[in-house]
Design a protein around this ligand. Sequence first.
Ligand SMILES: NC(=O)C1=CN([C@@H]2O[C@H](COP(=O)(O)OP(=O)(O)OC[C@H]3O[C@@H](n4cnc5c(N)ncnc54)[C@H](OP(=O)(O)O)[C@@H]3O)[C@@H](O)[C@H]2O)C=CC1
Ligand SMILES: CC(=O)[C@@H](O)[C@H](O)COP(=O)(O)O
Ligand SMILES: [Mn+2]
Length: 394
Amino acid sequence: MQTLSILGATGSIGQSTLAVLSLHPEKFRVFGLSAHSQYQALIDDAIKFRAQHIVLTDVSCAQEANAYYQSSGCRADLHYGSAALDFIAADANVDTVMAAIVGAAGLLPTFAAVQAGKKVLLANKESLVMTGEIFISAANASGATILPIDSEHNAIFQCLPHDFVYGDLATSGITKVLLTGSGGPFLERTLDSFSQITADQACAHPNWSMGQKISVDSATMMNKGLEFIEAKWLFGLANDDIQIVLHPQSTIHSMVQYADGSVLAQMGNPDMRTPIAHALTYPERIASGVAPLDFNALQDFTFSTPEPERYPNLYLALAAAEQGQSACTVLNAANEISVAAFLAGTISFTQIAELNKQVLQEHTSQSCTSIADVLKLDAATRTYSQSLVEQVTC
Ligand SMILES: NC(=O)C1=CN([C@@H]2O[C@H](COP(=O)(O)OP(=O)(O)OC[C@H]3O[C@@H](n4cnc5c(N)ncnc54)[C@H](OP(=O)(O)O)[C@@H]3O)[C@@H](O)[C@H]2O)C=CC1
Ligand SMILES: CC(=O)[C@@H](O)[C@H](O)COP(=O)(O)O
Ligand SMILES: [Mn+2]
Protein backbone atom coordinates (compact mmCIF):
# COMPACT_ATOMS: atom_id res chain seq x y z
CA MET A 1 0.00 0.00 0.00
CA GLN A 2 1.21 3.46 -0.91
CA THR A 3 0.19 6.34 1.37
CA LEU A 4 -0.51 9.60 -0.41
CA SER A 5 -1.23 13.25 0.15
CA ILE A 6 -2.75 15.36 -2.62
CA LEU A 7 -2.02 19.08 -2.47
CA GLY A 8 -4.74 20.74 -4.53
CA ALA A 9 -7.15 17.79 -4.41
CA THR A 10 -10.14 19.81 -5.65
CA GLY A 11 -8.44 21.00 -8.85
CA SER A 12 -8.24 19.42 -12.26
CA ILE A 13 -5.10 17.38 -11.49
CA GLY A 14 -6.29 16.57 -7.98
CA GLN A 15 -9.59 15.19 -9.27
CA SER A 16 -7.86 13.17 -12.02
CA THR A 17 -5.58 11.71 -9.35
CA LEU A 18 -8.54 10.67 -7.21
CA ALA A 19 -10.16 9.16 -10.33
CA VAL A 20 -7.10 6.92 -10.81
CA LEU A 21 -6.99 6.02 -7.09
CA SER A 22 -10.65 4.99 -7.23
CA LEU A 23 -9.72 2.29 -9.77
CA HIS A 24 -7.12 0.77 -7.42
CA PRO A 25 -8.39 0.97 -3.82
CA GLU A 26 -6.12 -1.92 -2.82
CA LYS A 27 -2.98 0.00 -3.81
CA PHE A 28 -3.45 3.43 -2.21
CA ARG A 29 -4.28 4.93 1.17
CA VAL A 30 -5.03 8.66 1.43
CA PHE A 31 -3.27 10.50 4.25
CA GLY A 32 -4.04 14.11 3.35
CA LEU A 33 -6.10 16.16 0.90
CA SER A 34 -6.03 19.93 0.51
CA ALA A 35 -8.25 22.58 -1.03
CA HIS A 36 -8.22 26.35 -0.99
CA SER A 37 -11.91 27.24 -0.86
CA GLN A 38 -13.94 24.30 -2.21
CA TYR A 39 -14.64 22.87 1.24
CA GLN A 40 -17.68 20.80 0.25
CA ALA A 41 -15.80 18.92 -2.47
CA LEU A 42 -12.87 18.47 -0.07
CA ILE A 43 -15.02 17.02 2.72
CA ASP A 44 -17.02 14.83 0.32
CA ASP A 45 -13.79 13.41 -1.13
CA ALA A 46 -12.33 12.91 2.34
CA ILE A 47 -15.33 10.74 3.19
CA LYS A 48 -15.18 8.86 -0.13
CA PHE A 49 -11.44 8.18 0.06
CA ARG A 50 -11.25 7.82 3.86
CA ALA A 51 -8.61 10.52 4.16
CA GLN A 52 -7.02 10.94 7.57
CA HIS A 53 -6.39 14.69 7.29
CA ILE A 54 -7.84 17.54 5.26
CA VAL A 55 -6.51 21.06 4.89
CA LEU A 56 -8.43 24.16 3.87
CA THR A 57 -6.13 27.10 3.15
CA ASP A 58 -8.66 29.90 2.59
CA VAL A 59 -9.57 30.58 6.20
CA SER A 60 -12.24 33.11 5.20
CA CYS A 61 -14.62 30.20 4.61
CA ALA A 62 -13.77 28.43 7.87
CA GLN A 63 -17.16 29.07 9.50
CA GLU A 64 -19.22 27.56 6.65
CA ALA A 65 -16.67 24.77 6.25
CA ASN A 66 -16.89 23.91 9.93
CA ALA A 67 -20.68 23.72 9.81
CA TYR A 68 -20.56 21.45 6.75
CA TYR A 69 -17.83 19.32 8.30
CA GLN A 70 -19.77 18.86 11.56
CA SER A 71 -22.90 17.75 9.73
CA SER A 72 -21.07 15.52 7.22
CA GLY A 73 -19.89 12.71 9.46
CA CYS A 74 -16.39 13.18 7.99
CA ARG A 75 -13.79 11.39 10.13
CA ALA A 76 -10.70 13.16 8.78
CA ASP A 77 -9.05 15.76 10.99
CA LEU A 78 -9.75 19.20 9.53
CA HIS A 79 -6.88 21.72 9.56
CA TYR A 80 -6.94 25.35 8.47
CA GLY A 81 -4.24 27.51 6.89
CA SER A 82 -1.21 27.07 4.67
CA ALA A 83 1.09 25.82 7.44
CA ALA A 84 -0.96 22.61 7.65
CA LEU A 85 -0.03 21.87 4.02
CA ASP A 86 3.53 21.23 5.15
CA PHE A 87 2.21 18.70 7.66
CA ILE A 88 0.34 16.60 5.06
CA ALA A 89 3.28 16.97 2.66
CA ALA A 90 6.04 15.92 5.02
CA ASP A 91 4.55 13.66 7.71
CA ALA A 92 6.49 10.44 8.27
CA ASN A 93 3.45 8.33 7.33
CA VAL A 94 3.37 9.77 3.80
CA ASP A 95 5.17 8.00 0.93
CA THR A 96 3.98 10.06 -2.03
CA VAL A 97 2.89 13.65 -2.53
CA MET A 98 0.94 14.85 -5.55
CA ALA A 99 1.95 18.52 -5.88
CA ALA A 100 -1.08 19.95 -7.69
CA ILE A 101 -1.69 23.38 -6.18
CA VAL A 102 -1.66 26.03 -8.89
CA GLY A 103 1.02 28.70 -8.95
CA ALA A 104 3.48 29.97 -6.36
CA ALA A 105 1.08 28.99 -3.56
CA GLY A 106 2.30 25.44 -4.18
CA LEU A 107 5.97 26.20 -3.62
CA LEU A 108 6.37 25.81 0.14
CA PRO A 109 4.42 22.56 0.63
CA THR A 110 6.00 21.04 -2.49
CA PHE A 111 9.41 22.03 -1.18
CA ALA A 112 8.52 20.57 2.24
CA ALA A 113 7.77 17.25 0.54
CA VAL A 114 11.07 17.44 -1.35
CA GLN A 115 13.03 18.20 1.82
CA ALA A 116 11.30 15.31 3.59
CA GLY A 117 12.57 12.93 0.89
CA LYS A 118 9.15 11.96 -0.47
CA LYS A 119 8.22 10.60 -3.86
CA VAL A 120 6.97 13.88 -5.33
CA LEU A 121 4.62 13.76 -8.30
CA LEU A 122 5.25 17.20 -9.73
CA ALA A 123 2.35 18.93 -11.50
CA ASN A 124 3.03 22.36 -9.97
CA LYS A 125 5.58 23.48 -12.59
CA GLU A 126 5.68 27.01 -11.14
CA SER A 127 7.55 25.79 -8.04
CA LEU A 128 10.38 24.40 -10.17
CA VAL A 129 10.46 27.46 -12.45
CA MET A 130 10.70 29.72 -9.38
CA THR A 131 13.50 27.80 -7.70
CA GLY A 132 15.38 25.69 -10.30
CA GLU A 133 18.66 24.52 -8.85
CA ILE A 134 17.51 25.09 -5.25
CA PHE A 135 14.72 22.55 -5.79
CA ILE A 136 16.92 19.97 -7.54
CA SER A 137 19.70 20.30 -4.95
CA ALA A 138 17.18 19.83 -2.13
CA ALA A 139 15.90 16.65 -3.80
CA ASN A 140 19.44 15.35 -4.18
CA ALA A 141 20.19 16.12 -0.55
CA SER A 142 17.06 14.46 0.85
CA GLY A 143 16.85 11.56 -1.59
CA ALA A 144 13.42 12.69 -2.81
CA THR A 145 12.29 11.24 -6.13
CA ILE A 146 10.73 13.75 -8.50
CA LEU A 147 8.40 12.18 -11.06
CA PRO A 148 7.00 14.49 -13.74
CA ILE A 149 3.22 14.76 -14.07
CA ASP A 150 3.17 17.53 -16.68
CA SER A 151 2.21 15.56 -19.80
CA GLU A 152 5.23 16.64 -21.87
CA HIS A 153 7.76 15.95 -19.12
CA ASN A 154 6.15 12.66 -18.30
CA ALA A 155 6.38 11.83 -22.02
CA ILE A 156 10.07 12.82 -22.16
CA PHE A 157 10.72 10.73 -19.05
CA GLN A 158 9.08 7.75 -20.75
CA CYS A 159 11.19 8.27 -23.91
CA LEU A 160 14.51 8.52 -22.06
CA PRO A 161 16.55 5.37 -21.46
CA HIS A 162 16.09 3.81 -17.98
CA ASP A 163 19.76 4.42 -17.19
CA PHE A 164 19.67 8.10 -18.23
CA VAL A 165 22.02 10.15 -16.06
CA TYR A 166 20.82 13.67 -15.20
CA GLY A 167 22.24 16.12 -17.74
CA ASP A 168 24.29 13.54 -19.64
CA LEU A 169 22.69 13.39 -23.07
CA ALA A 170 25.85 12.34 -24.91
CA THR A 171 26.27 9.00 -23.09
CA SER A 172 22.70 8.05 -24.01
CA GLY A 173 23.15 9.26 -27.62
CA ILE A 174 20.45 11.91 -27.24
CA THR A 175 20.64 14.83 -29.67
CA LYS A 176 17.45 16.78 -28.86
CA VAL A 177 14.46 16.84 -26.56
CA LEU A 178 11.39 17.83 -28.59
CA LEU A 179 8.85 19.59 -26.41
CA THR A 180 5.46 19.62 -28.13
CA GLY A 181 2.75 22.24 -27.64
CA SER A 182 -0.72 22.57 -29.10
CA GLY A 183 -0.58 26.33 -29.70
CA GLY A 184 -3.80 26.68 -27.70
CA PRO A 185 -7.15 28.00 -28.91
CA PHE A 186 -5.74 30.94 -30.94
CA LEU A 187 -3.38 29.15 -33.31
CA GLU A 188 -5.45 30.26 -36.32
CA ARG A 189 -7.06 33.45 -34.98
CA THR A 190 -6.19 36.73 -36.76
CA LEU A 191 -3.67 38.68 -34.70
CA ASP A 192 -5.52 42.00 -34.93
CA SER A 193 -8.43 40.55 -32.94
CA PHE A 194 -6.27 39.32 -30.02
CA SER A 195 -7.10 42.29 -27.77
CA GLN A 196 -10.80 41.26 -27.85
CA ILE A 197 -10.16 37.72 -26.59
CA THR A 198 -12.34 36.92 -23.57
CA ALA A 199 -11.44 34.82 -20.54
CA ASP A 200 -13.95 32.14 -21.59
CA GLN A 201 -12.35 31.93 -25.04
CA ALA A 202 -8.85 31.74 -23.57
CA CYS A 203 -9.87 29.00 -21.14
CA ALA A 204 -11.42 26.85 -23.89
CA HIS A 205 -8.39 24.70 -24.67
CA PRO A 206 -8.89 22.67 -27.86
CA ASN A 207 -7.67 19.36 -26.37
CA TRP A 208 -7.22 19.46 -22.60
CA SER A 209 -9.59 20.15 -19.74
CA MET A 210 -7.56 22.12 -17.16
CA GLY A 211 -7.75 24.83 -14.51
CA GLN A 212 -8.11 28.47 -15.60
CA LYS A 213 -4.55 29.66 -15.00
CA ILE A 214 -2.83 26.95 -17.01
CA SER A 215 -5.48 27.27 -19.73
CA VAL A 216 -4.65 30.97 -20.20
CA ASP A 217 -0.95 30.08 -20.14
CA SER A 218 -1.57 27.56 -22.92
CA ALA A 219 -3.37 30.23 -24.95
CA THR A 220 -0.39 32.63 -24.65
CA MET A 221 2.10 29.74 -24.79
CA MET A 222 3.62 30.96 -21.52
CA ASN A 223 2.81 27.40 -20.51
CA LYS A 224 5.33 26.11 -23.04
CA GLY A 225 7.87 28.66 -21.82
CA LEU A 226 7.40 27.50 -18.23
CA GLU A 227 7.66 23.91 -19.48
CA PHE A 228 10.91 24.72 -21.29
CA ILE A 229 12.39 25.88 -17.96
CA GLU A 230 10.79 22.92 -16.16
CA ALA A 231 12.39 20.49 -18.64
CA LYS A 232 15.80 22.08 -18.16
CA TRP A 233 15.69 21.43 -14.44
CA LEU A 234 13.98 18.06 -14.46
CA PHE A 235 16.46 16.48 -16.87
CA GLY A 236 19.52 18.73 -16.57
CA LEU A 237 19.28 20.13 -20.11
CA ALA A 238 20.96 23.11 -21.72
CA ASN A 239 18.74 25.60 -23.59
CA ASP A 240 20.02 24.30 -26.94
CA ASP A 241 19.05 20.74 -26.07
CA ILE A 242 15.34 21.60 -26.27
CA GLN A 243 13.29 22.35 -29.37
CA ILE A 244 9.67 23.48 -29.16
CA VAL A 245 7.44 21.89 -31.80
CA LEU A 246 3.84 22.91 -32.41
CA HIS A 247 1.59 19.88 -32.69
CA PRO A 248 -2.02 21.10 -32.51
CA GLN A 249 -3.59 17.65 -32.05
CA SER A 250 -1.82 16.92 -28.69
CA THR A 251 -1.56 13.24 -29.64
CA ILE A 252 2.20 13.15 -29.24
CA HIS A 253 3.01 14.50 -25.79
CA SER A 254 6.73 15.04 -26.49
CA MET A 255 9.69 13.23 -28.04
CA VAL A 256 13.38 12.40 -27.64
CA GLN A 257 15.65 12.34 -30.69
CA TYR A 258 18.72 10.08 -30.79
CA ALA A 259 22.04 10.20 -32.66
CA ASP A 260 21.07 7.35 -34.99
CA GLY A 261 18.07 9.31 -36.31
CA SER A 262 15.48 7.57 -34.15
CA VAL A 263 12.83 9.73 -32.54
CA LEU A 264 10.92 8.18 -29.65
CA ALA A 265 7.50 9.69 -28.99
CA GLN A 266 4.99 9.08 -26.25
CA MET A 267 1.43 9.19 -27.53
CA GLY A 268 -2.02 8.88 -26.09
CA ASN A 269 -5.35 10.58 -25.73
CA PRO A 270 -5.01 13.99 -24.05
CA ASP A 271 -6.08 12.97 -20.56
CA MET A 272 -3.96 13.61 -17.48
CA ARG A 273 -4.99 10.31 -15.89
CA THR A 274 -2.34 8.65 -18.10
CA PRO A 275 0.74 10.50 -16.76
CA ILE A 276 -0.75 10.42 -13.26
CA ALA A 277 -1.20 6.64 -13.35
CA HIS A 278 2.26 6.24 -14.85
CA ALA A 279 3.93 8.21 -12.07
CA LEU A 280 1.84 6.80 -9.22
CA THR A 281 3.14 3.28 -9.62
CA TYR A 282 6.27 3.76 -11.77
CA PRO A 283 7.80 1.46 -13.00
CA GLU A 284 4.68 -0.72 -12.74
CA ARG A 285 1.93 0.11 -15.24
CA ILE A 286 -1.66 0.28 -14.03
CA ALA A 287 -4.99 1.08 -15.68
CA SER A 288 -5.83 4.79 -15.72
CA GLY A 289 -9.34 4.69 -17.14
CA VAL A 290 -8.15 6.41 -20.34
CA ALA A 291 -9.24 4.78 -23.60
CA PRO A 292 -6.43 3.78 -25.98
CA LEU A 293 -5.85 5.91 -29.07
CA ASP A 294 -8.22 5.08 -31.91
CA PHE A 295 -5.97 5.23 -34.98
CA ASN A 296 -8.96 5.02 -37.31
CA ALA A 297 -10.31 8.22 -35.82
CA LEU A 298 -7.04 10.21 -35.89
CA GLN A 299 -7.20 12.66 -38.77
CA ASP A 300 -4.56 15.37 -38.84
CA PHE A 301 -1.08 14.87 -37.47
CA THR A 302 0.82 18.10 -38.07
CA PHE A 303 3.88 19.99 -36.84
CA SER A 304 5.11 23.60 -37.13
CA THR A 305 7.07 26.34 -35.34
CA PRO A 306 5.40 28.93 -33.04
CA GLU A 307 5.37 32.49 -34.46
CA PRO A 308 6.87 35.14 -32.11
CA GLU A 309 4.15 37.73 -32.92
CA ARG A 310 1.41 35.28 -31.93
CA TYR A 311 3.12 34.03 -28.78
CA PRO A 312 5.27 36.83 -27.27
CA ASN A 313 4.99 35.24 -23.81
CA LEU A 314 6.75 32.10 -25.02
CA TYR A 315 9.70 34.14 -26.21
CA LEU A 316 9.82 36.11 -22.93
CA ALA A 317 10.16 32.80 -21.08
CA LEU A 318 12.94 31.66 -23.42
CA ALA A 319 14.72 34.98 -22.76
CA ALA A 320 14.31 34.46 -19.00
CA ALA A 321 15.73 30.94 -19.33
CA GLU A 322 18.82 32.47 -20.99
CA GLN A 323 19.09 35.17 -18.36
CA GLY A 324 19.03 32.94 -15.29
CA GLN A 325 17.14 32.05 -12.13
CA SER A 326 16.06 35.47 -10.91
CA ALA A 327 14.58 36.31 -14.32
CA CYS A 328 12.57 33.06 -14.26
CA THR A 329 11.30 33.82 -10.75
CA VAL A 330 10.34 37.35 -11.78
CA LEU A 331 8.60 36.31 -14.98
CA ASN A 332 6.59 33.64 -13.18
CA ALA A 333 5.39 36.15 -10.57
CA ALA A 334 4.56 38.80 -13.18
CA ASN A 335 2.64 36.26 -15.21
CA GLU A 336 0.58 35.07 -12.23
CA ILE A 337 -0.47 38.66 -11.56
CA SER A 338 -1.23 39.50 -15.20
CA VAL A 339 -3.16 36.26 -15.81
CA ALA A 340 -5.22 36.85 -12.64
CA ALA A 341 -5.95 40.40 -13.84
CA PHE A 342 -6.99 39.10 -17.26
CA LEU A 343 -9.27 36.49 -15.67
CA ALA A 344 -10.76 39.20 -13.46
CA GLY A 345 -11.51 41.27 -16.58
CA THR A 346 -9.22 44.18 -15.67
CA ILE A 347 -6.65 43.83 -18.47
CA SER A 348 -6.91 42.55 -22.04
CA PHE A 349 -5.38 39.36 -23.39
CA THR A 350 -2.60 41.25 -25.19
CA GLN A 351 -1.76 43.21 -22.04
CA ILE A 352 -0.71 39.96 -20.32
CA ALA A 353 2.45 39.79 -22.43
CA GLU A 354 2.92 43.58 -22.44
CA LEU A 355 3.00 43.73 -18.63
CA ASN A 356 5.15 40.62 -18.36
CA LYS A 357 7.61 42.14 -20.85
CA GLN A 358 7.84 45.42 -18.98
CA VAL A 359 8.55 43.64 -15.68
CA LEU A 360 11.15 41.34 -17.21
CA GLN A 361 12.88 44.17 -19.10
CA GLU A 362 13.21 46.22 -15.92
CA HIS A 363 14.68 43.30 -13.98
CA THR A 364 18.42 43.10 -13.39
CA SER A 365 19.70 39.60 -12.65
CA GLN A 366 20.40 39.02 -9.00
CA SER A 367 21.52 36.22 -6.74
CA CYS A 368 18.69 33.80 -6.01
CA THR A 369 20.13 30.85 -4.14
CA SER A 370 17.73 30.23 -1.26
CA ILE A 371 13.99 29.89 -0.77
CA ALA A 372 14.14 33.14 1.22
CA ASP A 373 15.70 34.92 -1.82
CA VAL A 374 12.98 33.48 -4.08
CA LEU A 375 10.12 34.47 -1.77
CA LYS A 376 11.47 38.02 -1.42
CA LEU A 377 11.84 38.48 -5.18
CA ASP A 378 8.47 36.88 -5.84
CA ALA A 379 6.73 39.20 -3.36
CA ALA A 380 8.46 42.35 -4.68
CA THR A 381 7.61 41.43 -8.27
CA ARG A 382 3.95 40.81 -7.41
CA THR A 383 3.70 44.22 -5.77
CA TYR A 384 5.28 45.91 -8.79
CA SER A 385 3.21 43.94 -11.33
CA GLN A 386 0.03 44.72 -9.44
CA SER A 387 0.91 48.43 -9.54
CA LEU A 388 1.31 48.18 -13.32
CA VAL A 389 -2.08 46.46 -13.60
CA GLU A 390 -3.61 49.31 -11.60
CA GLN A 391 -1.96 51.93 -13.84
CA VAL A 392 -3.34 50.20 -16.93
CA THR A 393 -6.86 50.04 -15.51
CA CYS A 394 -6.96 53.63 -14.16
N1 LIG B 1 -4.74 20.66 -15.30
C1 LIG B 1 -3.85 20.05 -16.01
O1 LIG B 1 -4.17 19.25 -16.90
C2 LIG B 1 -2.38 20.29 -15.78
C3 LIG B 1 -1.95 21.05 -14.71
N2 LIG B 1 -0.61 21.20 -14.47
C4 LIG B 1 -0.19 22.00 -13.34
O2 LIG B 1 -0.80 21.49 -12.17
C5 LIG B 1 -1.09 22.55 -11.26
C6 LIG B 1 -2.57 22.51 -10.94
O3 LIG B 1 -3.29 22.80 -12.12
P1 LIG B 1 -4.87 22.59 -12.20
O4 LIG B 1 -5.23 21.32 -11.51
O5 LIG B 1 -5.22 22.77 -13.61
O6 LIG B 1 -5.39 23.83 -11.36
P2 LIG B 1 -6.83 24.07 -10.74
O7 LIG B 1 -7.06 25.52 -10.74
O8 LIG B 1 -7.84 23.19 -11.38
O9 LIG B 1 -6.68 23.56 -9.22
C7 LIG B 1 -5.84 24.23 -8.34
C8 LIG B 1 -5.86 23.58 -6.96
O10 LIG B 1 -5.05 24.38 -6.10
C9 LIG B 1 -5.88 24.88 -5.01
N3 LIG B 1 -5.45 26.25 -4.74
C10 LIG B 1 -5.71 27.36 -5.48
N4 LIG B 1 -5.15 28.45 -4.91
C11 LIG B 1 -4.55 28.02 -3.78
C12 LIG B 1 -3.83 28.69 -2.73
N5 LIG B 1 -3.63 30.02 -2.74
N6 LIG B 1 -3.35 27.93 -1.72
C13 LIG B 1 -3.55 26.60 -1.69
N7 LIG B 1 -4.24 25.92 -2.64
C14 LIG B 1 -4.72 26.63 -3.68
C15 LIG B 1 -7.30 24.80 -5.51
O11 LIG B 1 -8.24 24.76 -4.43
P3 LIG B 1 -9.80 25.16 -4.66
O12 LIG B 1 -10.30 24.22 -5.71
O13 LIG B 1 -10.43 24.93 -3.34
O14 LIG B 1 -9.79 26.58 -5.10
C16 LIG B 1 -7.24 23.51 -6.32
O15 LIG B 1 -7.31 22.40 -5.46
C17 LIG B 1 -0.63 23.84 -11.96
O16 LIG B 1 0.65 24.17 -11.52
C18 LIG B 1 -0.59 23.46 -13.42
O17 LIG B 1 0.36 24.19 -14.16
C19 LIG B 1 0.34 20.63 -15.28
C20 LIG B 1 -0.04 19.90 -16.36
C21 LIG B 1 -1.43 19.67 -16.70
C1 LIG C 1 -1.85 18.67 -20.12
C2 LIG C 1 -0.63 19.46 -20.01
O1 LIG C 1 0.43 18.96 -19.73
C3 LIG C 1 -0.70 20.89 -20.31
O2 LIG C 1 0.42 21.58 -19.80
C4 LIG C 1 -0.75 20.98 -21.79
O3 LIG C 1 0.54 20.85 -22.24
C5 LIG C 1 -1.36 22.22 -22.26
O4 LIG C 1 -1.33 22.24 -23.63
P1 LIG C 1 -0.42 23.21 -24.49
O5 LIG C 1 0.49 22.32 -25.25
O6 LIG C 1 -1.43 23.91 -25.30
O7 LIG C 1 0.30 24.12 -23.56
MN1 LIG D 1 2.04 20.38 -20.09
